[in-house]
Ligand binder design. Structure first.
Ligand code: IPM
Ligand code: MG
Length: 350
């Protein structure tokens, strides 16, 4: 029997509802496998701001480091939008990522056959799409210095800095090359090397690294072209690697292609505890109404099992279960097309 310590950070909006459903799957797994889960919960994001005055307490970060994995819901909501960046719920997420040094964010975009009509793309375009975005998560413009808004001669001036050193590029590149080796051996690196110096370095280092992976074919796409290719020909992609901000943007596009943002899981990994969270946000407009789609959270649990419990088989099992449930016609609002063959269900029934 092996014990997995999971810290639940449910967060805000629909976060608690979708994590609750993933936890039901966890209990099922404890009953039917040799895995046992020790669960802890802590306040995070907006809830932590309300209860403790900041989005991430040091004690919670410490708890996360002592756990095998963090299962996270979502953070943010309109009631905290007026706060300064330093105090917002999102800051808690960035600090947690940084404290746990999860530099690699893996966002698989998998097309589910039965959701073909839920995708905004024509079926023949979205049908074969099955790729993974490897996003650098603790560097780039999200963390670069200087960053501020200052007043110069009575004029407000905002500065953010995109910075990567070659070591940061090499370590995320290595993760992507290895994933590519385990898949179709094709890697697309996404940059803006035609304009930005930091991105020229990105491309240079990716090229150097590719010599260590002669079996992987490396291609470079500019980010604007990549955004276009994702919606015109998504099936060409297998593994993409990119920096923090481009990865943030492209992964929402990727999620929408597969039918709904409510379907996409993610894993954020490094040398320490990994964080597993749905790609979707806190969706405050539908929170507490039994409308949220729990599939992304459940698939994130699948990634947790693969990466933190070494049970990729159980991760695959969850993916197949999701496939079956969709094939049987069950749909939450976000993936429903209104067809008569579908059964519209709420969060917990799904
Ligand atoms: C994501 C989110 C976060 C990000 C926000 C909530 C800080 O959009 O995980 O994609 O920008 O990384
Ligand atoms: Mg995002």
């Amino acid at each position: 029997m092996s014990l997995v310590k999971v810290l639940l950070l449910e967060g805000d909006g629909i976060g608690p509802e979708v994590v609750t459903e993933a936890v039901k799957v966890l209990s099922l797994l404890s009953n039917h496998t040799d895995l046992r889960f020790e669960l802890e919960r802590a306040d995070f994001g907006g809830l932590s701001i309300e209860n403790h005055g900041k989005p991430l307490l040091d004690s919670v970060s410490k708890l996360a480091l002592e756990s095998d994995a963090v299962l996270l819901g979502a953070v943010g909501g309109p009631q905290w939008d007026g706060l300064s960046l330093e105090c917002r719920p999102e800051r808690g997420l960035l600090e947690l990522r940084s404290d746990l040094e999860v530099f690699a964010n893996l966002r698989p975009a998998k097309f589910f056959e039965s959701l073909a009509t839920a995708s905004p793309l024509r079926e023949e375009l979205s049908k074969e799409a099955d790729f993974i975005i490897v996003r650098e998560l603790i560097g780039g413009i999200y963390f670069g210095h200087p960053q501020s808004v200052q007043i110069d001669n009575g004029v407000r001036r905002g500065v953010s800095t995109m910075v990567y050193d070659e070591q940061e590029i090499r370590r995320i590149g290595a993760v992507a090359f290895e994933i590519a080796q385990s898949r179709k051996k094709r890697l697309v690196s996404v940059d803006k090397a035609n304009v930005l110096d930091v991105q020229r370095l990105w491309r240079e280092v990716m090229n150097e690294l590719s010599r260590d992976y002669p079996d992987v074919e490396l291609e470079h796409y500019y980010v604007d072209n990549c955004a276009m290719q994702l919606v015109t020909n998504p099936s060409q992609f297998d593994v993409l690697v990119t920096g923090n901000m481009f990865g943030d943007i492209l992964s929402d596009t990727a999620a929408a292609l597969t039918g709904s943002l409510g379907m996409l899981p993610s894993a954020s990994v490094g040398e320490k505890t990994g964080i597993f969270e749905p790609v979707h946000g806190s969706a405050p407009d539908i929170a507490g109404q039994e409308k949220a789609n729990p599939i992304a959270a459940i698939l994130s649990l699948g990634m947790l099992l693969e990466h933190s419990a070494n049970r990729g088989d159980l991760g695959n099992l969850l993916t197949r279960a999701v496939d079956d449930v969709l094939a049987a016609g069950y749909r939450t609002l976000d993936i429903s097309t209104g067809s008569r063959r579908e059964k519209l269900v709420g969060t917990s029934e799904m």
